[in-house]
Ligand binder design. Sequence first.
Ligand code: SF4
Length: 457
Amino acid sequence: MLNGTTAELVERKALRINPAKTCQPIGAMYAALGIHGCMPHSHGSQGCCSYHRSHLTRHFKEPVMATTSSFTEGSSVFGGMANLTQAFKNIFTIYNPEIVAVHTTCLSEVIGDDIPTIIKKSIEDGSIPAGKIAIHANTPSFVGSHVTGFSNMVMAMVNYLSEKTGTTLNQVNVIPGFVEPADMREIKRIAAAMSANIVMFPDTSNVLDGPLTGQYKMYPEGGATVAQIKSAGDSIATVALGHFASHVAAATLESKCNVPAAFLELPIGVGATDRFISTLANYAGVEVGPAIELERGRLVDLMSDLHQYFHGKRVAVAGDPDQVIAITQFLVELEMKPVYCITGSPGNQFEKRMHEILDGPVPEAKIKQTADLFELHQWMKNEPVDLLIGNTYGKHIARTENVPFVRFGFPILDRTGHRFFPTVGYMGAVNLINQMINVLLDKKDRECDEEWFELVQ
Ligand code: SF4
């Protein structure tokens, strides 16, 4: 446990303790799994690939497939071209994917392997067979985070695949951000309920949350098809959800194929979901419809019913920047007080946006990018909170400080519900409320004096 964390704050410049992020290729590998028939490929040593696969497997509780260039000392000295060319031959011969999505690692980035040239030569010499595709993203882990890696791979999908033919299709692109398969499924459900025709990429629903059928399929039913991602260049518009994970790809599509983009935040809570739904309805030329309006009404009713439990509660939030920005707005809608908000990912936009959200309702809030969980813990020791929201790594702090804890974001290694219960949309907000109220009331039931131990809350 973290009983040794001191309350005394000491200025640190070049040291992170329990960083609130992980490395770029994990995000790139996750994004690649959202293409149908795709084999993610790690261009580096086996250890990196094993770590990234196992981290995703532990979060999603599903086996995650990926191949590796298996660097040795020789590749470290002479470069990884021979390894990647041989890898293409082996992958297409043995595993027969439709597409291979290559991401780099620290080692191949330090060497400086020129992946586009290797792909070009591999097409010329037949290592990538006719009709098959390889794309790549540079994902050096000494900059950015897993969110940057995700963003880079989605941008690679646009750069390599999306095309403008000149015939506009009646569809809207949705780039969902680094969210759960359940969230992607929920976005598709909302769009279908509104009769909005969308193309979503990446899409890991039915890839990492597929059914047990008794038959193993290396390439599950789900995922955006290559044809769909190609067609994104002919769409009416793009709705990009999350500055850090999705906006670069949408901007790339805008400049490459002249598809206008709406740059939104993750639709978590009432306001952000309103903005997503009205933007999608406008672009798709559809009505929001009574089914979605009913869901919104139920959420607002629930927020009103439970206001007494949430009002004024001090909350600490740690996680990926798009998620922290979105859930903080929802906490403010609930009139809670997000007093500590951190992300491990770098990016000035995080602090700028968080100040816009919090300077009015919670002027005392501490906001920090490129932060670590050690510092968050120190803040909590100095001035405690009523609730902690974050990924699994927050559980040590929650236990040490006896703070109710809601698991949210990536990774969640010690629970399973995140795969099935979305946090986006009005129904996602209901799920979040459910989790928060349960941990708050559980603590009260455990610790309150007997006269306050109520059967009805
Ligand atoms: S930080 Fe670099 S070396 Fe370490 S696992 Fe990630 S890609 Fe590999």
